[in-house]
Design a protein around this ligand. Structure first.
Ligand code: HT7
Ligand code: ZN
Length: 877
């Protein structure tokens, strides 16, 4: 349980040049022969014993250069293999080992999912397959032979290109050989064997290389792969056009499995996916599912260059591949769909997941300086904030120089394992911009506060923007250095138009981009005829918390006129958030969410919703109120989740009544969305219509609940079905029960859709939701062993039901702790992720805070895995 430190990095003592693996696949005892061509690393200091990583691997035999070693010449333990005396030049280490895939419930290494063999090696799973230098800076080429029973495993896949296959004479077995010419670290190794259906297509790269594309899924699911395949081809084309990156093997295989700890894995040439992120048919997947599939298929594909061809030197550099690849997938989706809406969704995601992490006990830099268990660092900070850092770099360098910088990065480091410093050096060298201060963004945790005020001087006709950056203390980092912050702004004149921005020194800011570099800084704009309305942090140009002296009237003005679509949406959110926090602070006070301000908000929303030149999806986003978690975040302390819900429900009611006719009009007008298509316009119409329905039902009129029930009954696609079910779910009404029962009957044998049924109930805010969720643990269709089902029920409850999880009597906390303890025994990675839901416990009102603390202390006294120990101990602080 000792932390590892970035500052302790040392190059490996040995290198592995080629890896020859031979798998004899059997569910309960798989034998692996590994021939590793090794040599001492010239960069390492003195000759040292050879120490290989291993976890739960049984060593059967070991030889060096073909000569078997005697038991006193090595030592093999649960955690590794040491050979004190190896040749001083190149040598071949031959290992014969065994593992038990069937018993592997941690889902790391070689395991079984639905009768198939599959692997998950990132970050440290390869050591569960054989002894190895299981670290990302050891790059080797692989040749893999898989041999298995032919009838139950007709499909045999590994990385790279297929080179040979055949039957094993005199047996029921067959084999396949795969070669991957690209050197890779062990975490990118993958193997799959099983009885799977195949959907094929092809792609011709810009240089004319023909690539075979295959998606492997469970039999019977072939009709749910079209969208994933289309997304893959779009991603391949986009990466060529936008970043000049071309695919580099003859085949690209995707395998969908139903037991997977995360979303997907970018293994070279053989991506393995959680089937949730592959399978989609209009009646089984919602628009959000379609968008997620498009994004994750692209993400894993984009890793081929950002992650695979150039990888991380060590796991502290995880953001190097994840932040950059998230940025790339965000840009891809924004290019394919309505860009501003994608930005809104990404920022909402960042604020709801990363901001709480960055302000709580688990706060860590985008590039952490230490960790106990690397599995715990696949976080919103590394991924989403990491992507924001790449976005800021693109903003500050400009698209062209950013592209040049990336080209240089690919050229310089292809085939290497590198660091964040290498990445920034390439961008700096290509653009000529000094990025040394930018490194603070990677090394300093916490969300900076950008406090802004605007002074207008009537006499000189100047407006001065005063900015200070406040860098909050985070665990282990009490003091911080100021950081370069790209701040995109606009100043609106009295008619809502953007005023030209001229700085005192005469510089014209055509793009409104300022760069804040000091703790305190002022920017004076000249030629401003009347006091302007500031629109700050346009496009959310930096991951900061903006605070400013601005009144509700100015926010309303921005809501009606801001030319920046992001800030226009942000203004609507800020307006609603102000009313909601005023209502929920200290003790619930209904006035702000019932009075004058609420009516003005409602009218402004109606105006925007009726603006036909705006995209449907955008208008839909405008109609969505801040979530209960958004309000909690705004309140920052003394959080009472019941007061928050009451405030939000009241505002929903006020708006639902105030603009009832507009909402009903929108709902009716968008009734015919035609045959289902996941494209932006069709999905936007559905989203806007459902947002209107939500407010209509919120009005409290009885016939509106009937409207939701009818919406469910008339649904011809999963989007309409699931969102109407979500709207009905908290209501004590027979129509809710009927819809819930209908959904179950229809989908009880379809695992992915049934997950939605569990999730809707878990998210539904009801006084008895803890008991409902507890009861569902014993449902015959529930299993703690399947991560998707666990996330659907327990994860949705802990992260998507603030009133249920934070129930006053602490029952929600106890429930989560009990579940996590049970899961921790076999899947520590999963358990630790669930425990992340406690991250904001210190901001709760005292009674809830005390319950959460008691639960965490109980957990700390239990027997925990290293993963859960790290989360619990750091959360308690
Ligand atoms: N790079 C992948 C990470 C991942 C993972 C990590 C820990 C345990 C299981 C895992 N499965 C996939 C996912 C990605 O970001 O692309
Ligand atoms: Zn990734």
């Amino acid at each position: 349980r000792q932390p590892k430190h970035l500052s302790d990095y040392a190059a490996p003592d040995y290198l592995i040049e080629t890896v020859d693996l031979d798998f004899h696949l059997e569910p309960e005892r798989t034998i692996v022969h590994a021939d590793l061509a090794m040599r001492p690393n010239p960069e390492a200091k003195a000759a040292r014993p050879l120490v290989l990583d291993g976890e739960g691997v049984e060593l059967i035999s070991i030889a060096v250069d073909g000569k078997p070693l005697q038991p006193d010449e090595y030592s093999a333990t649960e955690t590794g293999l040491t050979v004190p005396d190896v040749p001083t030049g190149p040598f071949t280490l031959s290992l014969k080992t065994a593992c038990n895939p069937e018993a592997n419930e941690a889902l790391l290494g070689l395991y079984r999912s639905n009768g198939a063999f599959c692997t998950q090696c990132e970050p440290e799973g390869f050591r569960r397959i054989t002894f190895f230098l299981d670290r990302p800076d050891v790059l080797a080429t692989y040749r893999v032979r898989l041999e298995a029973d032919k009838k139950t495993n007709p499909v045999l896949l590994s990385n790279g290109n297929p080179v040979e296959r055949g039957d094993v004479e005199g047996t029921d077995r067959h084999y396949a050989v795969w070669e991957d010419p690209h050197p890779k670290p062990s975490y990118l190794f993958a193997a799959v064997a099983g009885d799977l259906a195949k959907i094929s297509d092809s792609f011709t790269t810009q240089s004319g290389r023909e690539v075979a594309l295959n998606i492997y899924v469970e039999h019977g699911k072939e009709d749910r792969c079209d969208w994933a395949m289309e997304s893959l081809k779009n991603a391949m084309k986009w990466d060529e056009e936008r970043f000049g990156r071309e695919y580099d093997l003859d085949v690209f295989n995707i395998v969908a499995v139903s037991d997977f700890n995360m979303g997907a894995m970018e293994n070279k040439g053989l991506n393995i996916f959680n089937d949730k992120l592959v399978l989609a048919r209009p009646d089984t997947a919602s628009d959000a599912d379609y968008a997620a599939i498009e994004g994750v298929i692209a993400h894993e594909y984009f890793h081929n260059w950002t992650g695979n061809r150039i990888t991380c030197r060590d796991w502290f550099q995880l953001c190097l591949k994840e932040g950059l690849t998230v940025f790339r997938d965000q840009e891809f989706s924004a290019d394919l769909r309505a860009g501003p809406v994608k930005r809104i969704l990404d920022v909402r995601n960042l604020k709801s997941r990363q901001f709480p992490e960055d302000s709580g006990p688990l706060a860590h830099p985008v590039r952490p300086g230490s960790y106990i268990e690397i599995n715990n660092f696949y976080t919103a900070t590394v991924y989403e904030k990491g992507a924001e850092l790449c976005r800021m770099l693109q903003t500050m360098l400009g698209r062209d120089d950013f592209r040049k910088g990336l080209d240089l990065y690919f050229e310089r480091h292809d085939g290497q394992a590198v660091t964040v410093e290498d990445f920034l050096a390439a961008l700096a060298d290509a653009s000529g911009k000094d990025l040394s201060e930018f490194m603070h963004w990677y090394n300093q945790a916490g969300t900076p506060e950008l406090a802004c005020s605007l002074d207008y001087d009537q006499q000189s006709k100047t407006a001065t923007l005063n900015v200070s950056q406040i860098l909050p203390a985070t665990p282990g980092q009490p003091n911080k250095e100021p950081m370069p912050i790209p701040l995109r702004i606009g100043l609106l004149g009295p008619n809502g138009d953007d005023l030209p921005l001229t700085l005192e020194d005469g510089t014209e800011l055509s793009d409104g981009l300022l760069e804040v570099t000091e703790r305190e800084q002022s920017f004076t704009f000249t030629g401003i005829p009347t006091p302007p309305t500031p629109s700050l942090l346009r496009e959310f140009s930096a991951p900061v918390r903006l605070t400013q002296t601005i009144d509700l009237e100015q926010i309303e003005f921005l809501m009606m006129h801001d030319s920046d679509p992001f800030n226009r949406w942000q203004a609507a959110q800020s307006y609603a958030a102000k009313l909601l926090t005023d209502a929920a602070r200290d003790r619930y006070n209904p006035e702000p969410v019932k009075g004058q301000g609420a009516s003005r908000l409602a009218k402004a929303l109606a105006v925007t919703a009726n603006e036909e030149e705006l995209a449907y999806a955008y208008r839909g986003e405008m109609l969505k109120l801040p979530s209960e978690s958004d309000i909690a975040r705004e309140l920052a302390r003394n959080i009472d989740t019941d007061a928050i819900r009451e405030a939000r429900e009241t505002l929903r009611e006020t708006i639902g009544n105030a603009i009832h006719a507009d909402l009903a009009g929108i709902y009716e007008e968008l009734a015919d969305t035609g045959p289902y298509s996941p494209d932006g316009i069709s999905a936007g119409k559905r989203s806007m219509r459902i947002a209107a329905l939500d407010l209509l039902v919120g009005s409290g009129k009885d016939d509106e609940l009937e409207r939701a029930a009818a919406h469910y009954r008339g649904a011809t696609n999963m989007t309409d079905a699931i969102y109407s079910l979500l709207i009905l779910a908290p209501h004590d009404d027979p129509r809710r029960d009927e819809a819930m029962a209908d959904f179950y009957e229809r989908w009880k044998d379809d695992a992915l859709v049934l997950d939605k049924w569990f999730a809707v109930q878990a998210r539904s805010a009801r006084p008895d939701s803890v008991e409902i969720v507890e009861g569902l643990l014993s449902h015959p269709k529930f299993s703690l062993k399947n991560p998707n089902r666990v996330r659907a029920l327990i994860g949705s409850f802990a992260n998507g039901n603030p009133t249920g999880f934070n129930r006053k009597d602490g029952a929600g906390y106890e429930f989560l702790a009990e579940c996590a303890l049970r899961i921790d025994k076999f899947n520590p990675h999963m358990a630790a992720r669930l425990l992340g839901a406690f991250e904001s416990w210190r901001f709760l009102e005292p009674n809830r805070e005390a319950h959460a603390k008691a639960t965490l202390e109980g957990l700390a006294n239990a027997e925990l895995s290293t993963d859960s120990y790290e989360i619990v101990s750091k959360t308690l602080g």
